[in-house]
Ligand binder design. Structure first.
Ligand code: HEM
Length: 480
């Protein structure tokens, strides 16, 4: 213990003594304080300053310049598998750490999510959003409020499932948007910190047949069912790849199963790889977009001026309700763009600081020389809530993105992270955000039933899990 405290290369960094001694310090906030680590970390930075030793071998930074040093273009620090393996999708690109393999895999998947590819499949996305709008309008005659949280997450789940797999998840067809896949995510997500700190529990619970899991830990049954269902889909495709010819559009399976040029020397396609990739993509593509839309709707509806301005700019660009403009027209609307950027800033994307292992050499992070092998991170919330960069950070102000010098702010908007491991789905995400928020706020009048900051404050489980009751609103059509 004395060695860790006084002779370790990180001994000179400030932080709680217990954190320097043991990983259980963090585990306590993750598990016992129920996703309370980031909130605690904010308090630690107020006490100890911009760099803290948060575990025996880990530093967390809050100095804005650290973000680029850790994650920016040209960095080669690897992902820390101690954290990334808690998602049980070890073979997906998301959990890969070898720099060379990551580049190969990203080059393989990247074109499927390129802007060109997204523009080609814009109609798939718009069709799903039209279903969302019509499902929300079903609430109008009932006088009951709709659960917007589930409605948005179901939409993004449906988009990613159709886009990637060429199959509908039917997520939008369920009563009150309560579908099995989101239920499985909601039940399993709060387990990730248990899986992280007790990897044996993960192997045990995810390795047993569903019938045993239902006895051991019923909340993991959903995820096992999802694995089984997606596994079956993959088996069918691998058995008969020609079945892909019937799909309406290109899917990730087309992409993965198309023979790659010899010189890429990619490892052979396996069922386990396709399964991990598919499961991760469905998770990455659903909650992130859905949460951002919920945060956007909450703030737009809480700010009458913002709502009025947004509606006016949408109506000017989209005079006839029944003739929607294309994504390329919507993305040119300055006010809608500012609303989306501000929503991304306040929703944060992924709220857990993303851990990287310094290497292969020591590195300069925010002016400090950090030894190779050290785990470092900086959470997006620490940039997004920095009042020197974003004055009044807890106020929703799309206008901050419309000022002359606002392009300067872009580099501090890190919801999609930056650099070699930044979000692969960013083009799809932007397209969805424009089409969902544009369509919903052009076509619907929403009135929150019980707005409260609880609806969007969060517990940190990689993505934010909003506290309290989901955000609900009464729905009626706009008349002009
Ligand atoms: C508003 C929506 C989204 C946000 C805020 C977001 C955010 C992020 C962030 C912060 C990362 C980096 C994670 C890390 O370093 O561990 C990431 C990675 C990733 N995202 Fe997204 N994402 C969004 C939507 C999507 C969508 C729609 C997809 C489509 C499938 C997607 C696919 C991925 C993938 C595959 C990675 C892993 C990349 C890698 O590890 O190299 N994301 N995303």
């Amino acid at each position: 213990a004395a060695k860790r405290l006084y002779q370790h290369p990180l001994s000179k960094y400030p932080g709680p003594g217990l954190a320097a001694l043991t990983l259980w310090y963090k585990a306590y906030f993750d598990i016992v304080k129920d996703g309370g680590w980031v909130e605690h970390l904010e308090g630690l930075h107020e006490i100890y300053g911009p760099v803290i030793r948060i575990a025996p071998n880990e530093l967390h930074f809050s100095d804005p310049s650290a973000y680029n040093d850790i994650y920016g273009m040209g960095t080669q620090h690897t992902k820390d598998l101690d954290m990334y393996s808690c998602f049980a999708t070890d073979l997906s690109v998301f959990a890969m750490f070898d720099h060379h393999e990551v580049t190969q895999r990203r080059n393989l998947i990247g074109p499927f999510f390129s802007r060109r590819a997204i523009l080609k499949l814009e109609k798939t996305v718009q069709d799903k959003i039209d279903i969302l709008v019509s499902r929300l309008l079903d609430y109008h005659p009932t006088g009951k409020p709709a659960n917007l949280d589930l409605a948005f997450r179901s939409t993004s789940l449906e988009v990613i499932t159709s886009y990637c797999f060429g199959k509908s998840s039917n997520a939008l067809d369920y009563k009150n948007f309560e579908n099995d896949i989101l239920a499985a995510i909601d039940q399993t997500l709060p387990m990730i910190w248990v899986f992280r700190h007790f990897p044996l529990i993960k192997s045990l619970l995810l390795g047993v047949p569903e019938c045993f899991a239902s006895v051991l830990k019923p909340s993991t049954v959903g995820i096992l069912q999802q694995r089984r269902q997606m596994g079956k889909q993959i088996d069918d495709i691998m058995k008969d790849p020609s079945s892909l010819e019937n799909a309406d559009h290109e899917t990730i399976y087309h992409h993965f199963l198309t023979p790659q040029p010899e010189n890429l020397r990619l490892p052979p396609v396996t069922r386990d790889w396709l399964l991990d990739e598919g499961l991760y993509m469905r998770f990455a593509g659903s909650d992130t977009v859905g949460n951002t839309c919920t945060v956007a709707a909450y703030h737009i509806l809480a700010n009458k001026d913002v709502h009025a301005k947004l509606f006016k700019s949408l109506k000017d660009a989209w005079p006839d309700r029944d003739t929607p403009p294309s994504y390329e027209i919507l993305e040119k609307l300055p006010y809608l763009t500012a609303v989306i950027k501000e929503s991304l800033r306040m929703a944060h994307g992924i709220v857990t600081p993303l851990p990287r292992i310094i290497g292969p050499m020591e590195a300069d992070i925010a002016g400090l020389v950090v030894p190779a092998g050290t785990v470092v991170s900086m959470g997006a919330t620490f940039l997004h809530k920095n009042s020197d960069i974003f004055p009044n950070p807890s106020t929703f102000q799309p206008e901050r993105w419309l000022k002359e010098d606002s392009t300067m702010l872009e580099k501090y908007l890190v919801s999609f992270s930056k650099g070699p491991r930044s979000c692969l789905g960013i083009n799809l995400a932007w397209c969805e955000l424009y089409l969902i928020l544009g369509t919903v706020f052009r076509k619907l009048n929403l009135t929150p039933d019980r707005p409260s900051i609880e609806n969007i404050s969060f517990r940190e489980y990689f993505v934010p899990i909003h506290r309290g009751r989901h955000f609900h609103a009464f729905v009626s059509p706009t008349t002009d």
